[in-house]
Design a protein around this ligand. Structure first.
Ligand code: SAH
Length: 249
């Protein structure tokens, strides 16, 4: 994934920001920097701010247009300091990194960063599949462009690391400790609902609201198959039946 991710800087005016972006990328294991019409490149200042990420700078691909920088990409996200019109799906950096991870199996993905003063034009945004906004203080929302690169590269690295763990899990973790399937969760929810009725839990409360909240809790927890079995055992006991492992509907 790290090798399939391009970081694209559009029309950057300060070479120091290009260097700082290269450093941010290399720290997180990314190397594919694209510079669309940089105003001052290559420069001593960029190399000085890159602090050893010279290879990323030296290998940077310089293009005359954003279209050229995005050639061959299967998914592109544009970053914006402002939450713009909802023409594009808006992602937080973590969600964006997750999509990058999924798409990077199919080809290159790119994250595009705008000019220091004016960001990206609407036309440039149109070349992108989604918009990423780092949820900053609304009264002071604009990060330095290299700082924004750092945040996104960090999330991409975290997504890539979690992927390795998931792959490892598939090999080593017992089946029962894998996340429960939707069907298993649905069966558990039906059982939970029935149990709550049996023990007269709902009273005047709205069962639908309670169930929605509980489902959200179990989804957040990524409940495992083993945990579903334990919970269903508890529900059966509460219903006055024998351990419920046998009645998995
Ligand atoms: N006044 C400009 C600010 C540009 S900041 C504007 O409103 O767009 C330069 C670049 O840094 C932005 O184009 C974007 O790529 C990135 N950036 C700065 N703050 C950001 C934020 N909160 N979320 C996402 N990207 C941000």
């Amino acid at each position: 994934m790290l090798d399939n991710t391009r970081i694209v800087l559009v029309n950057t005016s300060h070479p120091g920001n290009i260097g700082a972006a290269a450093r941010a990328m290399k720290n997180m294991g990314l190397s594919r920097l694209y510079l669309v019409e940089p105003q001052d490149h290559p420069s001593y200042e960029a190399y000085s701010r890159a602090a050893g990420a010279d290879d990323v700078l030296a290998d940077a691909v310089v293009t005359n247009s954003l279209t050229d920088a995005l050639t061959g990409c299967v998914w592109v996200a544009a970053t914006s300091a402002r939450e713009r019109a909802v023409q594009w799906p808006i992602y937080q950096p973590r969600q964006c990194a997750k999509v990058c991870l999924e798409q990077s199996w199919l080809g290159d993905v790119a994250i595009v960063f705008g000019r220091e003063r004016t960001g990206l034009t609407n036309e440039e945004l149109e070349a992108c599949n989604g918009l990423v906004h780092i949820p900053t203080n609304p009264e002071y929302n604009s990060l330095n462009v290299a700082a924004a690169v750092q945040v996104l590269c960090y999330e991409i690295r975290m997504a890539a690391l979690s992927r390795t763990q998931v792959d490892g899990a598939k090999v080593k973790i017992p089946r029962e400790d894998l996340p429960a399937t939707t069907e298993q969760l649905d069966g558990m929810y039906r059982h939970l609902y029935q149990t709550m009725e049996d023990i007269h839990f709902f009273g005047k409360t709205n069962p639908e609201v309670i169930m929605r909240r509980l489902k959200s809790l179990f989804n957040r927890a990524q409940t495992t198959r083993r945990e579903v079995a334990i919970l269903r055992g508890i529900f059966s006991a509460a219903q006055g039946k024998k351990s419920g492992h046998s009645q998995q509907s």
